[in-house]
Design a protein around this ligand. Structure first.
Ligand code: URP
Ligand code: ZN
Ligand code: ZN
Length: 471
């Protein structure tokens, strides 16, 4: 006996069609028309869109950062993801300087053990290749790829914590090229930003607003160009995370035009929030929006939407890095350097992108599926398992109600923060039901906002090294 989803419109990255979908156990058994109902549980999806479960390739769960730890652990974070229609996340294991990647991997596997509620994978953030010529670290990169961690994160910001220099970055990129792995880069010129930050603090500019002003779009654009140029020299595929502004986009497009193997993502916050609206310099409340890169002037938003349409940006992730306002953001009152950087968003990615993207006519439903599921699966080496509705793939499915009215609210959300970046916003379009490997884990119609599966059911996804899916 399977689950037969009938009468819905199946939306893929390229087309929308009325088709039936049969789930058998954990996988999709059949997609087509005229499948017999006999022996199956029939789910009537009339009026609903049948889409692949969302894949959020950029989350920070249970991550020590800025003197505290991100508020969502693997349980609350993955439950919030599921409630919002996301059935797979890729989180970051952070190597500490002086320690090995293996140690980082052990720590992050322990964090997720018996806690993850949907499937997940990990990127490895490299901060150290070990003593001497770095042979030990380069060997570890081989081990990581063999274990299904086919993407490496490189930070050009956060000096003294996560930032690496260009030499180390280049060596990692050369090795990644040899392994056909993908380099994900946080592109901001951390050294220059640190000087501006110190000067602002010396001038008494300590409010959250100055966090945004201290991190110029030019510092991001410069680093974006440098990262892609170095990756190109090394022959590596590179993926620029959280592109926030038009200058950086121009650098990305320029290098793509020159044939570099360069991909990029943006996040909902950069598409719908701005300095003018959220961080005008009116007080402490703005600490809620302290993340890096910071919010930008509003005029940057339409170029980002344009890039999502024309393909120069291939993915929308969240950079979900939640901290509570009451006690965690509070650490930086009076000194913006001490505000833990990050914001909550894993629960709302699909709602925001649908409402402001599809409903507003900026992107099609098919592009929505490409940006939220199909491209992430392809780029990050799991397209044989996830990201599309096709026989043989995991039965990760969202039944999406494009007409559902929903008010985003900190009071009712699953994320463990005491605020929402979109609090009180009314959106149209929401996940009605969510299946993770064939199991109904969310029913937002009958039991809104509740995760129905067992805690710890989420599995680690081993990913292929496929050079970002680029030829
Ligand atoms: O502010 C942010 N984005 N925090 C998480 C770490 C990062 O830079 O992605
Ligand atoms: Zn970052
Ligand atoms: Zn991040």
């Amino acid at each position: 006996m399977g689950i037969l989803i009938k009468n819905g419109i199946v939306v893929s990255a390229t087309e929308s069609k009325q088709l039936d979908v049969l789930l058998a156990g954990e996988t999709i058994a059949w997609v087509g028309t005229g499948i017999s109902e006999a022996g199956h549980e029939v789910v009537d999806a009339t009026g609903l869109l049948v889409m692949p479960g969302g894949i959020d390739v950029h989350t920070h769960l249970d991550m020590p950062f800025g003197g505290t730890t991100s508020a969502d652990d693997y349980t609350t974070g993955t439950q919030a993801a599921a409630v919002g229609g996301t059935t797979t996340v890729i989180d970051f294991a952070l190597q500490s300087q002086g320690h090995t990647m293996r140690e980082a991997l052990d720590v992050w596997r322990a964090k997720s053990k018996d806690k993850a509620c949907v499937d997940f994978s990990l990127h490895m953030a490299v901060t150290d290749l070990g003593p001497g010529d770095g042979a030990q670290g380069l060997r570890e990169m081989e081990e990581m790829v063999a274990e299904g961690i086919s993407s490496f994160k490189l930070f050009m910001a956060y000096p003294g914590v996560l930032m690496i220099d260009d030499g180390l970055m280049f060596r990692v990129m050369q090795k990644a090229a040899a392994l056909n792995a993908l380099c994900c880069v946080h592109a901001e010129n951390g050294s220059a930003i640190d000087i501006v930050v110190a000067q602002m603090i010396a001038e008494g500019k300590t409010e959250p607003h100055y966090h945004a002003l201290s991190r110029s779009p030019k510092a991001e654009a410069e680093a974006t160009h440098r990262a892609i140029a170095l990756a190109d020299m090394a022959g590596a595929a590179v993926y620029i995370v959280h592109v926030s502004n038009e200058d950086s986009l121009a650098a990305l497009k320029f290098m793509q035009g020159r044939g570099a193997k360069a991909l990029g993502e943006t996040c909902p916050q950069y598409l719908v929030l701005s300095i003018e609206d959220q961080m005008p310099g009116k007080g402490w409340d703005e600490a809620k929006y302290v993340f890096t890169p910071p919010l930008r002037e509003k005029w940057n938003q339409e170029p980002l939407w344009g890039a999502l349409r024309d393909g120069s940006l291939a993915v929308v992730s969240t950079d979900h890095c939640p901290f509570r306002f009451a006690d965690q953001k509070e650490l930086g009152r009076g000194d913006f350097r001490k505000i833990p950087n990050g914001g909550p968003g894993v629960e709302n990615r699909l709602q925001i992108l649908w409402h402001f993207g599809v409903n507003a006519g900026r992107i099609t439903p098919e592009r929505f599926v490409a940006l939220c599921a199909t491209n992430p699966a392809r780029i990050f080496g799991m397209e044989k398992q996830k990201g599309s509705i096709a026989a043989g793939l995991d039965a990760d499915i969202v039944l999406w109600n494009p007409k559902a009215e929903y008010t985003i609210s900190a009071a009712t959300q699953c994320m463990a923060t005491d605020y929402s970046m979109f609090d009180g916003w009314k959106v149209v379009g929401n996940a009605a039901k969510v299946y993770s490997r064939g199991e109904l884990v969310v029913n937002n119609v009958a039991q809104p906002g509740r995760f129905l599966g067992e805690t710890g059911r989420g599995r680690f996804v081993k990913r292929e090294a496929n050079g970002g899916g680029l030829a």
